[in-house]
Write a protein that binds this ligand. Structure first.
Ligand SMILES: Nc1ncnc2c1ncn2[C@@H]1O[C@H](COP(=O)(O)OP(=O)(O)OP(=O)(O)O)[C@@H](O)[C@H]1O
Ligand SMILES: [Mg+2]
Length: 458
């Protein structure tokens, strides 16, 4: 009946593992059988199954641990436990942890078949619900914001609540956590989506220019003001202005910004004419504004005006459950961008990504995956393809693996040629294929570089 239904089966005893696998496959199920709980967990990080059947007692990661993992990560599959003895205690514990059911040894296959069929039906229903919920979320187009973890859920919940409002939003979070992504999603799914979204990075503009960037200026109002120019606020009229890195704004300008927000009117530098504004304000910062208020580096009144609806983005290390999802998302996105076939990644590599600290959060992760895809020669990303800080042994250009002398020895000239090619390739990549620039990076003559490229047929 359910030909495509997939089962993950965990049993440390080879005999019963092979026997049951055979029986299940004969029933038309797609079965993956492993001996250890650890192996099961890494499979679960990259694949999904309809049903998991696991022995309760396993050396190391136990059946209950696997069950807990499934529940913690809200995986849409049901777990059937096999217990050695019919001890009521363990059975109760299993059911309490959310097992679909349990079956005692020796396993009665007919009984197991019935359980599996029921479990599949339930898993499918849950998966369908999840799909429907995501469809709904897709309507709000948050589907480019990847995440399913308990830590990110409040973010989605709050975003959905404010979509049909014009509330002022303050997005807080470490660098690379997705603040701009969230700001754009709020705008493009809200009431003002047809109107402009104007972003300005307050930290990237010299303080003396920021005022005129924000509010505009009149010709001749300062040296270099050769023409009248509207500010970002005027450009954002009827739409949304995104004030990024608001914490860097000089105090004196904070006062002017406060006035604009209070009076909903803007005055260009050098002008006395006021323009009425209807602008939604979303601001963001990785700084601790509250602390800045305490130390008098941020105006308290402005802080309260901006912080009507706060959205706190969790750092990636606090939502590690999302790392497998994000990995797949970036693999797909980057491979598509690079117009190459979708790459696979081994469970060990995913686990390394899951355990790394990610000080640069999602942005760092995106960069790491992009670099890894660009530099590896394998079809499947493995742990050694990752940067060394994440547990890989390769550095840019995959130099180190070449530097390790294999058991059987190596041809020195060939190995050096290999390294030379890798470095040339890297230099060319870094210089956007401009040979003069690549040559100067390698501190060689352009002609020498051209010769080498020809020799290596690169
Ligand atoms: N949940 C997410 N799902 C998918 N992509 C994400 C997610 N969060 C962040 N990104 C991606 O990570 C990168 C960084 O995100 P973004 O620029 O929004 O972060 P930020 O918090 O504004 O960072 P910074 O403080 O460095 O400006 C972007 O390419 C963004 O698309
Ligand atoms: Mg940003």
């Amino acid at each position: 009946m359910n030909n495509a239904a997939s089962i993950l089966f965990i049993d440390d005893e080879p005999g019963s593992r092979e026997g049951l696998t055979l029986l299940l496959e004969r029933e038309g199920y797609q079965v993956e059988a492993v001996a250890a709980g650890e192996e099961a967990l890494s499979l679960l990080s990259i694949k999904s199954y309809d049903v998991i059947i696991t022995d309760l007692f396993l050396p190391g990661v136990s059946g209950i641990d696997i069950l807990k993992h499934v529940k913690e990560h809200s995986l849409p599959c049901n777990v059937i436990l096999i217990t050695g003895n019919a001890s009521a205690e363990t059975a109760v514990k299993a059911m309490k942890e959310g097992a679909f059911d349990y079956i005692t040894k020796p396993v009665n296959f007919d009984k197991l078949k019935v359980l599996i069929a029921k479990a599949i039906e339930k898993s499918r229903l849950v998966a369908e619900n999840l799909y429907l919920r995501q469809q709904l979320r897709g309507k709000y187009k948050f589907d480019n914001i990847i995440g399913n973890s308990p830590a990110i859920q409040p973010v989605f919940a709050r975003m959905e609540k404010i979509l049909v409002t014009d509330s002022t939003v303050l997005i807080l979070g470490e660098s690379g956590t997705g603040k701009e992504l969230v700001a754009r999603a709020i705008h493009y799914n809200g009431l003002r989506k047809e109107k402009p979204f104007i972003a300005i990075n307050c930290g990237a503009i010299p303080a003396e220019l920021l005022e005129s960037e924000l509010f505009g200026h009149m010709r001749g109002s300062f040296t270099g003001a050769v023409a009248d120019k509207p500010g970002k606020f005027e450009l954002a009229n009827k739409g949304t202005i995104f004030l990024d890195e608001i914490g860097t704004m000089p105090l004196q300008l904070q006062m002017k910004l406060l006035r604009v927000l209070q009076e909903q009117e803007v005055e260009r530098v050098g002008s006395t004419r006021r323009t009425k504004l209807d602008v939604r304000v979303i601001s963001a910062t990785h700084a601790n504004l509250e602390e800045m208020v305490h130390s008098d580096n941020f105006r308290e009144d402005l802080y309260y005006r901006l912080n009507v609806i706060p959205i706190q983005l969790p750092p990636l290390r606090e939502r590690r459950e999302d790392i497998p999802l994000l990995t797949r998302h970036f693999l797909r996105k980057i491979c598509t961008d690079m117009r190459r076939p979708m790459m696979e990644i081994t469970p060990e590599a995913v686990r390394a990504l899951e355990t790394y600290k990610w000080p640069g959060n999602v942005r760092e992760m995106e960069n790491v995956i992009e670099r890894t895809i660009a530099l590896t020669d394998n079809d499947i990303i493995d742990i050694q393809d990752l940067p060394s800080q994440i547990g890989g042994i390769s550095q840019e250009g995959g130099l180190l693996p070449t530097l390790q002398i294999p058991e059987e020895g190596l041809d020195l000239a060939e190995a050096i040629a290999h390294i030379e090619q890798a470095l040339i390739k890297q230099a060319m990549d870094k210089s956007s294929n401009i040979k003069a620039r690549a040559a100067s990076l390698l501190k060689i003559n352009r002609t020498t570089l051209v010769e080498k490229i020809k020799r290596y047929d690169m």
